[in-house]
Design a protein around this ligand. Structure first.
Ligand SMILES: Cc1ncc(COP(=O)(O)O)c(C=O)c1O
Length: 348
């Protein structure tokens, strides 16, 4: 896949030479004993950047979200979350399978938000028949709605609703630094209302593996215990944390470049006959979604194959739908090559 322009996801990002060097030289120890100095440094740095008391290095975003739900909820408790959220759609039902937690999905609006009315209407009144509502989850950026950033004001308002009703707020901030970059605010401000937040090092921040879960010291102590339970207690994992530190130090500040390239892609694709770009309602980041027009006779799989022959990897997002994602390894020439390839394929 070396010479392809790979737009399937920002998860495909390989570590930079600087990351590989840092990984080779990382000081390590047994992290289950909390003895790994590189992991400890990463956890301190992530907590500081998010304005939380503590953070925990976890193997994946999925595990970070699962641990947050397991810490906040008891078996039988209910979680209000978006029907297009990653936790609801793409985390293998872990909350139900492993935590006995009941999801209460509500409509993600076109701008990625959950409406205040829908949240309020979903909080269960106390009654012997009802589950106990315990938690609200937001996703920022909202992936399926277009990689759209949710504002700090919106998150504060949801935090207030949650806390007024004695609920916790968890933020799936897999791409929170993309949101911060496009909104021109700090990640700290965006996550301030949340009791817990997960973000990924392994997506636009380019690290090969890993996510961070942050919250109070007490929350993180419990999450650490549960991380061991689900098999996420890693040993000399400073070799991975070393790349994560470079993510935090070097990669958070450059995400606007990915957003600009996604903007260029979207602009160019609008002029390719047969592609119908989503109208984006809000601040979009590194994702471009579009559908195939009715007149296009090629299937998504045929288009994927034809694009591959032209050196561009793309992935489908539905039977007639695509999502392209820009990242560190997609440059301006890659954007041009992609536009040319789509024009070429859809002309045939
Ligand atoms: C919004 C969102 N949350 C969570 C995750 C899960 O991350 P991971 O793939 O590291 O488990 C993803 C992964 O794509 C995501 O897009």
């Amino acid at each position: 896949m070396e010479n392809y322009v790979d737009l399937r996801s920002d998860t495909v990002t390989k570590p930079t030479p600087e990351m590989r060097e840092a990984m080779a030289e990382a000081e390590v120890g047994d992290d289950v004993y909390m003895d790994d100095p590189t992991v400890n440094k990463l956890q301190e740095k992530a907590a500081e950047m998010l304005g939380k008391e503590a953070s925990l290095f976890v193997p994946s975003g999925t595990m970070g979200n699962l641990l947050a739900l397991l810490v906040h909820c008891q078996r039988g408790d209910e979680v209000i979350l978006g029907d297009k959220s990653h936790i609801y759609m793409n985390e293998v039902g872990g909350m139900a399978a492993l935590g006995g937690i009941h999801p209460r999905p509500i409509n993600n609006q076109a701008d990625g938000t959950l409406s205040f009315d829908d949240i309020l209407a979903s909080i269960q009144p106390e009654d012997v028949h009802h589950t106990i509502t315990r938690l609200v989850c937001l996703e920022n950026t909202q992936n399926v709605c277009g990689g759209i950033a949710l504002s700090a004001e919106y998150t504060r308002a949801v935090g207030k609703i949650a806390h007024d009703h004695h609920l916790y707020l968890h933020l799936d901030g897999a791409r929170i630094f993309n949101a911060a970059a496009v909104l021109g605010v700090s990640a700290k401000e965006l996550v301030e209302p949340a009791d817990s937040v997960m973000f990924c090092l392994s997506k636009g921040l380019v690290a090969p593996v890993g996510s961070m879960l942050a919250g109070t010291r007490k929350f993180i102590a419990r999450a650490r215990h549960l991380r061991k339970m689900v098999g996420g207690g890693m040993r000399q994992v400073g070799v991975l944390a070393a790349a994560g530190l470079i993510s935090l130090e070097r990669m958070t500040g450059r995400l606007a470049q990915d957003h600009a390239r996604a903007g260029k892609l979207a602009e160019g694709l609008k002029h390719v006959k047969g592609l119908v770009l989503d109208a984006v309602e809000g601040s979009s980041t590194n994702m471009v979604y579009f559908n195939l027009g009715d007149e296009v006779r090629l299937s998504v799989n045929q288009i994927i194959e034809e694009m591959k022959k032209r050196g561009v990897l793309v992935d489908w997002a539905g039977p007639r739908r695509f999502r392209l994602v820009t990242h560190y390894w997609v440059d301006d020439a890659g954007v041009e090559k992609t536009l040319q390839a789509f024009a070429d394929v859809l002309k045939t």
